[in-house]
Design a binder for this molecule. Structure first.
Ligand code: PEP
Ligand code: MN
Length: 335
């Protein structure tokens, strides 16, 4: 339910209502706005009826949230939310690009790639320490050592770092070393992991599962936000279709849907979305034109030597061109 307070309602009156919601074992959300305060109540809505808030003197109206996802819905929060990774804001009109190799392979490899992407204007670094791979015989990542390298290079470059967390047992360690968690496509509906991340203190980039609908993604985001972690960023990374000319089919219309149904920031990953280096920049430009809030892009200082996803990793010069062209696309949309 959304409880819209009268413009003159005080913070104290809002607090009393929040307390009543808590006493009914519902989760309250406090959303002060420039004109009026809105309060959300999440949980069994029949209990809320017992409070008769519609006749409370500080309440203007009580509206149901029709979407099955509540806290992440546009109905609950009409303005775009802004989520910060380190000092980098996502959402709210800017465009943030996180770039780096698929996996942290060694200190030298990650340092070289990080320096290259930083030099041309990346806002943050990506790199997997735990690598869930299709084949158990493929490189599985450096684990804790990878997290340490990620943090060190993040500190040396002054850029925030994001990395994937694959299981509940690793949440604490990843939280210690990274500035944001990444939930991979294969774990998008790992509800135990999502619930654990909902209790964590760092933002979460939630990647779309390869067979997940937009609404499935939003329900997964709801798992995180309803546990108290409002810092969720959605990420379109391609879905499985009958098309096999690309690794996945990058669903750019998902950007429009995410923006219509939710207030959360939206990133696009054109690397996993296509699987082909030559297609990454065109899809990145299309994502920028379609209203994405930023990109997650794989770049490697020496793609032929990459231990994973070399075929879709950009050379640093290509990444520099991508950023230049993205800037132009965004300027042309500003008229
Ligand atoms: C990744 O970003 O490294 C990754 C494994 O992506 P996805 O989960 O989208 O396949
Ligand atoms: Mn990858």
């Amino acid at each position: 339910m959304i409880i819209v307070l009268h413009p003159k309602a005080t913070r104290q009156e809002a607090e009393e209502i929040l307390q009543q919601i808590r006493e009914k074992e519902l989760k309250p959300l406090y959303m002060p706005g420039s004109e009026r305060t809105v309060i959300g109540a999440l949980g069994d809505e029949r209990r809320l009826g017992e409070l008769h808030l519609e006749s409370h003197p500080s309440v203007e109206r009580v509206d149901p949230i029709l979407a099955p996802y509540k806290a992440v819905s546009r109905e609950m929060h009409p303005e775009d939310s802004v989520v910060k990774i380190g000092d980098v804001p996502l959402g709210g009109g800017g465009f943030a690009v996180f770039a780096g190799p698929c996996a942290v392979e060694s200190r030298e490899q990650f340092a070289a790639t990080a320096a290259a992407v930083r030099a041309v204007g990346a806002h943050g670094l990506r790199g997997g320490a735990f690598k869930p791979r299709t084949s158990p015989y493929s490189f599985q990542g450096l684990g804790l050592e990878g997290l340490r390298i990620l943090r060190e290079i993040g500190d040396e470059t002054g850029l925030p770092v994001v990395t994937e967390v694959v299981e509940v047992a690793d949440v604490e360690a990843v939280s210690e070393y990274a500035d944001a968690f990444q939930v991979g496509a294969r774990n998008m509906q790992n509800f135990r992991l999502l619930t654990a991340l909902g209790k964590a203190a760092k933002p979460v980039i939630l990647k779309r599962g390869m067979a997940a609908t937009v609404k499935d993604v939003l329900m997964s985001a709801e798992y995180i936000v309803s546990e108290g972690n409002a810092g969720v960023i959605l990420c379109e990374r391609g879905i499985r279709t009958f098309e096999d000319g690309t690794r996945n089919t990058l669903d750019l219309s998902a950007i429009c849907q995410f923006k219509e149904y939710s207030h959360l920031p939206v990133l696009v990953d054109p690397s996993h979305g296509t699987g082909k280096r030559a297609y990454v920049t065109p899809m990145a430009l299309a994502a920028a034109a379609a209203g994405a809030d930023g990109l997650l892009v794989e770049v490697h200082h020496d793609p032929p030597s990459a231990l994973s996803d070399g075929a879709q990793s950009l050379y640093p010069e290509q990444f520099e061109r991508l950023l230049r062209q993205v800037r132009r696309v965004r300027q042309s949309g500003e008229a």
